[in-house]
Design a protein around this ligand. Structure first.
Ligand SMILES: CCCCCCCCCC/C=C\CCCCCC(=O)SCCNC(=O)CCNC(=O)[C@H](O)C(C)(C)COP(=O)(O)OP(=O)(O)OC[C@H]1O[C@@H](n2cnc3c(N)ncnc32)[C@H](O)[C@@H]1OP(=O)(O)O
Ligand SMILES: Cc1cc2nc3c(=O)[nH]c(=O)nc-3n(C[C@H](O)[C@H](O)[C@H](O)COP(=O)(O)OP(=O)(O)OC[C@H]3O[C@@H](n4cnc5c(N)ncnc54)[C@H](O)[C@@H]3O)c2cc1C
Length: 666
């Protein structure tokens, strides 16, 4: 093919923007400093050939994994050479954009020791982990139990004679199964096991266990370890060595039990400290919070690809002598723009959740445990909501790109395959929503006893009002009033919560009610979580938002986010009599006009994510919109096109064709 001059096919689109895109980039990044770090790290990765990733879909598993090891080692070398800060290093790893053992080392192994270790344990283990002299993973899930943590079967039995724990896998189902980084890379793990002293079972606790020799990486005696096998999609999450692990009476010193929550004395006595036992689940709270922030990254990435491609792609009709850009079809807008709005909404709720997590951490240090249930409910619920929406949205973006979205070079199939397990790991999304529902039911049941709901459930204090207040929408423009919208979402959530609580009260045993009504409880939890996202978006807009036109764009996106949810869950709003069908119809009219408002800004709104072409990894989402020649180039790179006549022709094609010829001659 002839080389084409570099043309930016999206220049016209960019010239239509009605806001200050540099200011929006800073809002998206969460501040000037954050923007600068993120931009610098993205460019550093994009310009380094070791971090190339366009060949992932065609590498076999061994090559893929070795390549991941190479990238992780190179990333570590760059981090040391450039003396990167923790923030810079974590951004660099993010832009390398390949699931690796390092995610679990930095994301779970270190946090679990920080959160559940004593001062001495932190002093002993963290420096080695920070220098990567040991590599760790988080070994909780077993073949037989993942969601039900209290059902884990691995045992840690205290031997007072030798002052050691004996870690053992008593059954096949007690085999650790899934931990990332375990299969091939980790030298150590925090293993969750049943603490047994003097024949008594004291429930689950974490233990630091060395798995492999630090000299030759061979498994230590009594340790059986390996990779659990290929996972969904080519490339994708197969760069990660999710592993299995069995113990045959492996001995560890007593001081390798993580002892912040429970301690075992030299004599074998179990002492429960005065922190809530739920802190054993604290690492999951931390990781769920990071997963919410990541959801906006994955979602914005898919939306960026689909939006740019929708502006480049033309089908049917006529627009100034050209066919129509598919982004101008109302159907395309009604599928795409709510996802664009969700990306911004999840960004802001992620920021808020990070604040909430820091707040609860500081309180815990000061021995104030009062906000822990709220932090658990928010992280569990928002993790569930944002990952489910994002996984579905990536698939919707693939469809929005028509046939070309199905090509690996669109970047969308791999993004989906990498992202979709987020609906399962760190807590299955349904199981987590049931935790939120449990929290809401408890909150409502305590209202009568004078307990005041706090944080995200404060609205339940106005229960009487919310149960009967009419929606304040007379004309279409009322739908743009944030207080009207927030109150509506509060009313829907409150009414669904109370209805479920009433149904539950009819059961003589609450656990029977929870089983029978679990599908309704999930809907209640979803309504509550959507209310949180809407309110946090509205609160963000009440802050000072610098930059010409930026606030107006965000206001439009906030309204799109809320009103598209209203449209999707209209059944909830109508059945709880929160709105009338006339008001619903007005909301629909407003949505259409909001789409028109966003349309000229759509490309600039995705440019504000500031993604490099390397990070996007998509021919369809290229910054310059030069899609067709690049699609062609990518096709030519496929190994099938290395020879003109395919391998196998002589064995399998030619005989068939020859036989056809003979048959035809007959
Ligand atoms: C294209 C390339 C892109 C590349 C990008 C790269 C991206 C890479 C990204 C990688 C990121 C991450 C890697 C993946 C990591 C995944 C790691 C894991 O999955 S680790 C394993 C996680 N496992 C789970 O999450 C298990 C889920 N189960 C549970 O959390 C619990 O068991 C349960 C809460 C469901 C039930 O526990 P149980 O004790 O039985 O519970 P009760 O319901 O009876 O609750 C008792 C009580 O405790 C409260 N509670 C529960 N959990 C918590 C908590 N976490 N914190 C505080 N409190 C908690 C609960 O509310 C109850 O309270 P009451 O007051 O009694 O009501
Ligand atoms: C890619 C990936 C990476 C992972 N990494 C790690 C890791 O590093 N470390 C680690 O320890 N684990 C890891 N896991 C394991 C993960 O945390 C568990 O798979 C997850 O918690 C779900 O548990 P489960 O597999 O037991 O699902 P199950 O609980 O068996 O779920 C099966 C079905 O049952 C339903 N269900 C279960 N309980 C209930 C209930 N009470 N009410 C209603 N429905 C219910 C669920 O909704 C689901 O539909 C990873 C998993 C994946 C996929």
């Amino acid at each position: 093919m002839e080389a084409e001059a570099a043309v930016d096919y999206l220049v016209d689109e960019r010239s239509k923007a009605q806001f200050d895109i540099d200011a929006m980039k800073i809002i998206w990044a969460g501040g000037k400093h954050e923007f600068e770090v993120s931009d610098r790290m993205a460019r550093l990765v994009a310009s380094d050939p070791v971090f190339r990733k366009d060949n992932r879909a065609i590498l076999d598993r061994k090559e893929l994994f070795k390549n991941t090891l190479r990238k992780a080692a190179h990333a570590w070398k760059r981090i040391i050479e450039l003396r990167l800060s923790e923030q810079e290093a974590s951004k660099l790893r993010f832009f390398v954009d390949e699931p690796a053992y390092t995610d679990l080392h930095w994301g779970m192994f270190i946090p679990v020791i920080k959160g559940q270790g004593t001062e001495e344990q932190r002093k002993k283990w963290l420096p080695m982990a920070y220098r990567m002299q040991i590599i760790g993973c988080y070994a909780q899930t077993e073949l037989g139990h993942g969601s039900n943590v209290q059902g884990l079967e691995t045992t840690a039995t205290f031997d007072p004679e030798l002052d050691e724990f004996v870690i053992h896998s008593p059954t096949l189902t007690s085999s650790k199964w899934w931990p990332g980084g375990l299969g091939r890379a980790s030298t150590h793990a925090v293993v969750f096991a049943r603490l047994i002293t003097d024949g008594k079972d004291h429930g689950i606790n974490g233990f630091i266990v060395q798995l492999r020799s630090l000299d030759d990486h061979l498994p230590l005696p009594g340790i059986i370890i390996g990779d659990i096998g290929m996972k969904f999609g080519n490339g994708a999450y197969n760069t990660m060595d999710n592993g299995f692990l069995r113990f045959d009476h492996v001995r560890i010193p007593r001081d390798q039990m993580l002892m912040r929550v429970k301690q075992v004395t030299r004599e074998g006595k179990v002492v429960q400290s005065d922190v809530p036992w739920q802190l054993l689940y604290g690492t999951m709270v931390y990781v769920r919070q990071t997963i919410v922030a990541d959801a906006s990254c994955a979602l914005s990435r898919a939306v960026c690809i689909a939006t740019r491609y929708s502006a480049v792609r033309r089908q049917f009709g006529s627009q100034n002598g050209h066919e129509t850009q598919v982004i101008d079809y109302r159907t395309q807008q009604s599928r795409l723009f709510p996802l664009l709005a969700s990306a911004y909404a999840f960004r802001f709720v992620g920021e808020w959740l990070k604040w909430l997590y820091m707040d609860v951490t500081q309180r815990l240090q000061a021995r104030d445990f009062s906000t822990l249930p709220e932090a658990h409910a928010c992280t569990a619920g928002l993790k569930s909501l944002t990952t489910s929406v994002t996984a579905d949205a990536i698939e919707e973006c693939r469809k929005l790109c028509g046939g070309h979205g199905y090509l690996c070079s669109s970047g969308l199939p791999e993004l989906f395959a990498v992202y979709v397990p987020a609906c399962t790991y760190e807590g299955d999304n349904i199981v987590l929503l049931l935790q939120v529902a449990r929290f809401l039911m408890k909150t409502v049941s305590q209202l009568g006893s004078g307990e005041r709901p706090v944080g995200t459930t404060t609205y339940l204090l106005r229960l009487e009002h919310l149960l009967q207040c009419p929606c304040d929408v007379q004309g279409a423009e009322d739908w743009l009033k944030p207080d009207v919208v927030v109150q509506l979402f509060e009313a829907r959530s409150a009414r669904m919560t109370v209805a479920c609580a009433k149904s539950l009260s009819k059961f003589s045993k609450p656990e029977d009610g929870f089983m029978d009504l679990s599908a309704d409880l999930v809907s209640v939890a979803t309504a509550h979580c959507q209310l949180i996202v809407v309110s946090k978006f509205v609160e963000k807009l009440q802050q000072d938002i610098p930059g010409e036109g930026v606030k107006q764009q965000l206001e439009a996106l906030c309204s799109i986010y809320a009103l598209s949810l209203l449209k999707k869950h209209l059944g909830d709003f109508l059945s709880t009599s929160c709105i009338t069908s006339k008001q619903a119809s007005l909301a629909n009219d407003v949505l259409r006009s909001l789409y028109s408002q966003v349309r000229p800004n759509a490309i600039a709104l995705v440019d504000a994510f500031n993604y490099t072409d390397h990070f996007l990894g998509s021919v369809l989402g290229r910054y310059d919109g030069n899609v067709y020649p690049k699609l062609y180039e990518e096709a030519l790179k496929d190994p099938l096109n290395e020879s003109v006549v395919p391998d196998g022709y002589h064995e399998y094609l030619q005989p068939v064709l020859k036989q056809r010829l003979r048959t035809a001659r007959l």
